[in-house]
Design a protein around this ligand. Structure first.
Ligand code: HEC
Ligand code: HEC
Length: 287
């Protein structure tokens, strides 16, 4: 029902003239600023529909006058990232350790790439923190089988150990029992001798030092400090690849171990391998 607008004293406002069952509607329109903002937004939206991609069609969408595409933006960014990676990769390939360590950006790049690649390819054997486990060397400490200089680490990763690479690092400790070089008792004695090298409370059995010198010193050294040329571990430092308890030592000496580290040449590109070597060298034990 509609009547003439009338003045409402209580609210100091006119009514619109609309009335339902005695309830009258006050005339309080939207504020001007709100209305103008609303109109401006509507105009903006129409302009936006025309200029930018907006309406979905059955199998396509309206492209907009500008033809803007977020996909193009992303691929441009990806390309830029690849370009900058390439610059670093090329620099990394030829740089020596000093240069890398003095170039903060380059160092950061190799650490970041090394860490990611390590997680994907190496952590399965060496542990996520590179701390190793039985048979898989800890790469954080300064105890190295094959050498801890950047060049040595780089070489180990490239060719592997007892791997399928033509130039693989290789040296095979004999299986002293299976190969019938020593008897069970001799092995027990030389194992105890090995323990005595890092544990003062254990005495070396008589004759064991001689067994050691005749059979083991070629690889592990006369003083048993190890030989990186042969990947033969230091036996005096109480750091064990397989274990330093009598049972494990007996097994190691009787049957040998021959741990295998795969080659990475051909599987990872040269710059990635270099980055990995820098990463591992920087973990703490680099020489
Ligand atoms: C299949 C298991 C396996 C994988 C995967 C593996 N390693 Fe190894 N790695 C070994 C073993 C086993 C050794 C010890 C070999 C030996 O007895 O000399 C080793 C040794 C090493 C050494 C030498 C340590 C020393 O003391 O001289 C380095 C460095 C190394 N690995 C780095 C890597 C990197 C980097 C990766 C990833 C790209 C990797 N490894 C992947 C098993 C593995
Ligand atoms: C031809 C070289 C060679 C000779 C000889 C040799 N070893 Fe080894 N030894 C190695 C290599 C290489 C390893 C590294 C483990 C592997 O094969 O994966 C090793 C590992 C070991 C280990 C494991 C250490 C650890 O940290 O767990 C022990 C113990 C050991 N040797 C004791 C001996 C004793 C005792 C003899 C003599 C009876 C001997 N080795 C003779 C090369 C040799």
């Amino acid at each position: 029902m509609s009547t003439e607008p009338e003045y409402d004293k209580i609210t100091d406002t006119y009514t619109t003239g609309h009335e339902w069952d005695g309830i009258k509607e006050l005339n309080t329109p939207l504020p001007r600023w709100w209305l103008w903002t609303f109109i401006a937004c509507t105009i903006w939206a129409i302009g936006y529909w025309i200029v930018m991609p907006s309406w979905p069609l059955v199998s396509d969408y309206t492209k907009g006058v500008l033809g803007h595409s977020q996909r193009d933006v992303v691929s441009a960014e990806v390309n830029a990232a690849i370009q900058s990676r390439k610059i670093y990769s090329e620099k990394l390939l030829t740089a020596d350790l000093e240069t890398i360590k003095n170039d903060r950006d380059l160092l950061e790049f190799s650490m970041a790439s090394g860490k990611a690649v390590f997680g994907d390819n190496c952590a399965g054997c060496h542990g996520s923190g590179a701390s190793g486990s039985k048979g898989y060397p800890n790469l954080n400490d300064d105890d190295w089988l094959w050498g801890g200089s950047l060049e040595e680490i780089h070489h180990t990763i490239t060719v592997g150990v007892r791997s399928t690479h033509d130039d693989t690092r290789i040296s095979d400790m004999p299986a002293f029992l299976t190969d019938e070089i020593l008897t069970k008792n001799q092995i027990k004695d030389v194992a105890t001798y090995v323990i005595s090298l890092s544990n003062n409370s254990v005495a070396a059995p008589e004759g064991a030092a001689q067994i050691y010198q005749e059979n083991c010193a070629v690889c592990h050294g006369e003083g048993a400090q190890g030989h990186k040329e042969f990947g033969a571990p230091n036996l005096t430092d109480d750091i064990w690849l397989f274990g330093g308890d009598p049972e494990t030592l007996n097994a190691t000496i009787s049957y040998s171990r021959k741990g295998v580290m795969p080659k990475w040449a051909g599987r990872l590109d040269p710059a990635t391998i270099k980055g990995l070597a820098v990463y591992i060298h920087t973990l703490g034990g680099g020489e």
